[in-house]
Design a protein around this ligand. Structure first.
Ligand code: NAD
Length: 459
């Protein structure tokens, strides 16, 4: 018998792990929540979603101030005090992680600081202390992928380094034009860096709707961000005065930079908990496979979040966390949906859910497309918004919505209506006949539906 025993133990206190621990406590379990960090919240709160949103907000303030002249409002020279900005970001993170500590305490969740490894099917080692458990949940997340062959140099950053905001380099190269790459490009361009994004695929935000991505790309380029798609970095030299990135493909030549961010995806952290010792298989990408009830191949052990593979998104992890806690408590629960929304909090935002037009085409799904250009949205123009688009993919037979993409200000918030519409099996008529407030950006969803139905009077 181990020194310590847990009825229900959760490994990892990110948005998946803490949500699972709190739900299990609410369902009557005595819960232990383990994490090596001093604070709860994992990557999302400490060095991911939340700090990046704080910096993106600062970037938006800068952009709004710069565009003030268009409205006759002059703010003079904009200067940024990095120490104050960093402190503000860190303060927001501290407020949220302190809040989580309070929530854990209220639920009598025991938090243990340390790194856990399985030693058997119901035993663990946590920093040298033996534990046994009845049920366990693996929620140990993911880590940034490091590109092989790059030199070891402090000027080469991952997303965590980028969010530390140590300095604003004069020239910043960002390798990877996915969500992290584009968000960091948005932040550092606003702070004054000359940013170059190098993306391997033919499109930034690969997988998103091409028409919407083209609008985002034009807007990013208008902010001075250089974007090279279909481009591969073949060699990196860390000279004393600068980094030199040799590229081939869409852009062939050398990019000189004072810092470079690698934003080429994340790798599941499965290996960290030694799952083989418990009889759980790990694939070559570090992923632990689970079914829709979040069960692993071993009875009583669940896995949730990034460690279970793509899409590696906090909101998926949270839902899986609830499912695991409920299934472990004998409830009938499952995450039986493909509808995991994606949002890039760039300026403008890009948000999508369900099938894109391209995916529908590739998969041979019968579909039609309805869209509304934001140039015709009164609310968009009157709030200084640029180009934007709302696009619905729907079934021509039933007029049910199959997917949605929105590019424009607050696209991430606007997408919620579309996610609910798809989950509820709403038709275009349901959306068009729902009275949307005027003037709002949400009208663009209803206008898209009206356009498809031939009832639109705003175009
Ligand atoms: P990503 O998978 O979104 O993007 C990585 C990009 O790098 C891709 O476009 C890929 O084609 C490109 N790439 C890969 N290898 C390359 C190479 N050698 N050279 C050039 N380009 C290369 O990954 P990410 O942006 O690093 O984000 C990691 C994870 O975190 C993702 O799952 C993402 O969804 C998630 N995340 C989400 C949010 C959000 O929801 N707002 C924010 C940050 C991160």
């Amino acid at each position: 018998m181990a020194d310590n025993h847990a009825d229900f133990i959760v490994l990892g206190a990110g948005p998946g792990g803490y949500a699972c621990a709190f739900r299990a406590a609410d369902l009557g379990h005595k819960v232990v929540l383990v994490d090596p960090r001093a604070t709860l919240g994992g990557v999302c709160l400490n060095e991911g979603c939340i700090p990046s949103k704080a910096l993106l907000h600062a970037a938006e303030i800068i952009r709004e101030a710069r565009h003030g002249n268009d409205w006759g409002i002059s703010t003079g020279n904009i200067s940024v005090d990095l120490d104050t900005l960093r402190a503000r970001k860190d303060g927001i993170v501290a407020q949220l992680t302190d809040g989580l500590r309070g929530l854990a305490k209220r639920r009598k969740v025991q938090t243990v600081r340390g790194s856990a490894r399985f030693t058997g099917t119901n035993t663990l080692d946590i920093d040298g202390t033996a534990w046994s458990f009845d049920q366990a949940v693996i929620a140990v997340g993911s880590a940034p992928v490091r590109l092989p062959g790059w030199p070891d140099d402090p000027r080469i950053w991952d997303s965590t380094d980028a969010l530390d905001l140590r300095e604003v380099p004069k020239r910043l190269a960002i390798v990877g034009g996915g969500i992290i790459g584009l968000e960091m490009a948005t932040v550092y361009a606003a702070l004054g860096a000359q940013v170059t994004v190098i993306e391997f695929m033919d499109q930034i935000a690969p997988g998103a709707d091409a028409e919407a991505v083209a609008i985002l790309r034009t807007a990013l380029e208008a902010e001075g961000i250089a974007i090279h798609t279909g481009t591969k970095v073949t060699n990196v030299k860390a000279a004393k005065s600068e980094l030199k990135l040799m590229c081939e493909g869409g852009f062939a030549g050398e990019i000189k930079a004072d810092a470079a961010i690698q934003a080429v995806g994340r790798r599941a952290n499965g290996h960290l908990v030694d799952p083989h010792a418990a009889g759980i298989d790990l694939d070559e990408r570090g992923v632990i496979h689970v079914d829709e009830t979040c069960r692993t191949s071993v009875e009583g052990i669940f896995a949730i979040g990034d460690v279970t593979g793509n899409p590696m998104l906090a909101h998926r992890a949270t839902h899986q966390g609830h499912v695991a806690a409920e299934v472990a408590s004998g409830h009938a629960a499952a995450l039986d949906t493909d509808l995991i929304p994606s949002v890039a909090y760039t300026s403008p935002e890009l948000a999508w859910v369900g099938l894109t037009q391209n995916q529908a085409k590739e998969r041979g799904v019968a579909h039609k497309v309805a869209s509304f250009p934001w140039a015709a949205s009164g609310r968009n123009l009157s709030s200084g918004g640029g180009d934007g688009l709302t696009k619905l993919v729907y079934c021509p037979e039933t007029s049910r919505v199959l997917g949605a993409t929105i590019v424009g200000r607050n696209a991430g918030e606007l997408l919620a209506e579309c996610i609910l519409a798809i989950e509820m099996g709403a038709t275009l008529e349901d959306i068009a006949l729902t009275v949307h407030a005027h003037p709002t950006l949400s009208e663009t969803v209803a206008f898209s539906a009206e356009r498809a139905l031939g009832t639109l009077t705003d175009l």
